[in-house]
Design a protein around this ligand. Sequence first.
Ligand SMILES: O=C(O)CCC(=O)C(=O)O
Length: 310
Amino acid sequence: MKSRRVVRRREYLGKGWKLGTLEINQVASTFAAEIRGIDASSPLSARDLDALIGALDRYGVVVMPDQNLTPDQQISVSEQLGPLENSDEGSPSFRKLRENLQYVDGRVSEISNLAQGKGLLEESDVRRLFTFANQLWHSDSTFRPIRARYTTLSAVKVPESGGDTEFADVASSYDALSDEDKEEIKDLMGVHSPTVVMEAMGATRPDGGGFVSEYGTQSRPIVDIHPGSGRKVLNVPSHCSHIEGMSLPEGRSLLTYLREKATLPEFRYRHVWSLGDFVIWDNRSTLHRACRFKERKEARQLVRTVVQDA
Ligand SMILES: O=C(O)CCC(=O)C(=O)O
């Protein structure tokens, strides 16, 4: 087997890079890459895994077209990246809401508007809430004690139009902040909770009550350092409800300002799904959101795993 040094040797192809056996083409101005030459349906060699993690450190979002993974294959490749979040071990009420639509294994879930993989969800189905809540910029599971390192999505059904996923590069957007802004936020801690997003959507539980976080809240730095790239990143997802030591309005005013800076159009990549696409993103260096589509008319089904930052 070739050494790690050989894997890391990069060859410029004119439009992209060849890294080991992988061909890597950046697809947005500051981040996000399409990777070819990898077969995610079989166990990745140490070399490909190393190159994939290197690409995630560098590009934040990695798109692998034409993979057509089964849920079991998706679980296997995800587990090569780290331990998986398991909805069977999540909080009981969110687990109920998130109830897997088709899969019984808690390591895999669906982003889907299909009931049991068949007809569209009833208009009153509470699971539709996730379709709406995911339209706010976020980073996965920052409100849980163990946040998400990577999320993977595999496209099983895609609508005729809309339903894209948009990503923002929060390392480059941090770099673009003024020195004054960087100084102001350098030591701040944000407080994360799942309920703030439900409140922002005006959502109530089926019984009409409000949402309560069974995870409590999590304090996380507003400016974090990405361990893979060493770059500073802006950690301001919509689940960040307020800032420690600031009044609610003052903290929310600053968070709104920073979220706008974090998601400026020049730091975005919009992924238009094709059947069989397999996309992995690093939640520590990106924000993401789902884009609207005609969810009362068309089916959209993406299979999802979450690799814990553990
Ligand atoms: O449905 C999408 O496009 C995004 C899904 C999402 O927000 C998530 O998996 O956390």
